[in-house]
Design a protein around this ligand. Structure first.
Ligand SMILES: NC(=O)c1ccc[n+]([C@@H]2O[C@H](COP(=O)([O-])OP(=O)(O)OC[C@H]3O[C@@H](n4cnc5c(N)ncnc54)[C@H](OP(=O)(O)O)[C@@H]3O)[C@@H](O)[C@H]2O)c1
Length: 278
């Protein structure tokens, strides 16, 4: 039995599907398993739990061989104490490239570093995944595309080798299913380093629409982001992408080395998710 947290999300959902495809029995954790159940593939069962309340993890962890864990919750050492108590053989933590920023004092790097520390200190064999920005972040553009053909996005000059959550799921499943990845922290990227304008161009081709990219000035980006997330996260993104403290542009061989095929392209991701933009 495998426990996957974030099972209703982009990455956790991909982990669940990869494990089920490999024939594993899976519990998918959600704060609202009634709502989550229909989204999970046959072979996966929704279970209730809240990562901010480690005591709720005891039941879901019963009889579990390996667990996939999201980062950044209120009491990561407490969550790992439950994992340890349940006798789980290994844990795979989703972290991020933010731990490698040149300024790790920002809020995003900090929560990922604290989560990694909790996992390393737990005494449970671990694997850590440090992906760059997800292709699924592009779903933020869906509402813009409902209103017109212009995509206004920040950080126009920043290249990111975005990764498809599908590939993070495949790597996570490999590390959950076999002990050969213990004690490793894997940096993960997709197959190409893209500007926001490149993503708009590919999306336009996939959707058969005449989309246009427009660089959003920093002031406008700051105002829009501030309405959607805490100020400390806005500051972290500006540190990463305006001040340049994080380089996510490198194309890395890791996904192919671990799963034996190249990572999916942005065009493949856009084709699979075209419905979300229509
Ligand atoms: N976006 C990026 O570029 C990026 C890059 C590197 C790392 N990351 C990390 O990756 C994580 C996952 O990303 P994603 O795109 O897969 O997220 P997502 O699609 O937004 O899904 C978030 C998931 O978190 C679960 N969740 C939220 N609060 C919870 C709680 N208190 N207890 C248990 N589960 C909770 C939700 O489950 P329910 O609502 O069903 O409970 C949902 O399944 C991010 O949170 C971030 O830390 C992101």
């Amino acid at each position: 039995m495998y426990l996957v947290t974030g099972a209703t999300g982009n990455v956790g959902g991909a982990v669940v599907r990869a494990l089920v495809d490999a024939g594993a029995e899976v519990r998918g954790l959600s704060r609202d398993p009634g709502r989550a159940g229909p989204d999970l593939p046959p072979g996966a069962t929704a279970v209730a739990g809240d990562l901010n309340r480690p005591e709720t993890l005891a039941g879901p962890l019963e009889g579990v061989r390996a667990a996939f864990l999201l980062p950044g919750y209120a009491d990561m050492p407490g969550a790992m104490a439950e994992v340890k108590r349940a006798g789980v053989d290994r844990v795979v933590l989703l972290s991020g490239s933010a731990v490698l920023a040149t300024d790790t004092g920002n809020a995003i790097s900090r929560y990922m570093i604290e989560s990694e520390t909790a996992v390393r200190d737990s005494g449970v064999p671990w694997t850590i995944l440090r992906p760059v920005g997800f292709m699924s972040n592009t779903l933020q553009w869906a509402s813009l595309l409902g209103a017109g053909d212009v995509v206004r996005a920040p950080f126009a000059g920043v290249r990111v080798a975005n990764i498809d959550p599908y590939d993070i799921g495949a790597v996570a499943a490999a590390a959950l299913l076999s002990g050969g990845h213990e004690g490793r922290a894997y940096s993960l990227s997709g197959p190409a380093s893209l500007l926001p304008a490149d993503r708009v161009e590919i999306l336009a081709k996939v959707l058969g629409r005449d989309l246009r990219f427009e660089a959003q000035p920093d002031d406008a980006a700051r105002a829009e982001m501030s309405a959607a997330m805490p100020a400390e996260y806005v500051a972290a993104f500006f540190s990463f992408y305006a001040d340049g403290t994080l380089d996510e542009s490198q194309v890395l061989p890791t996904v192919e080395e671990i799963v034996g095929r190249p990572p999916r392209t942005f065009e493949q991701w856009a084709t699979a998710h075209a419905g979300a933009f229509r």
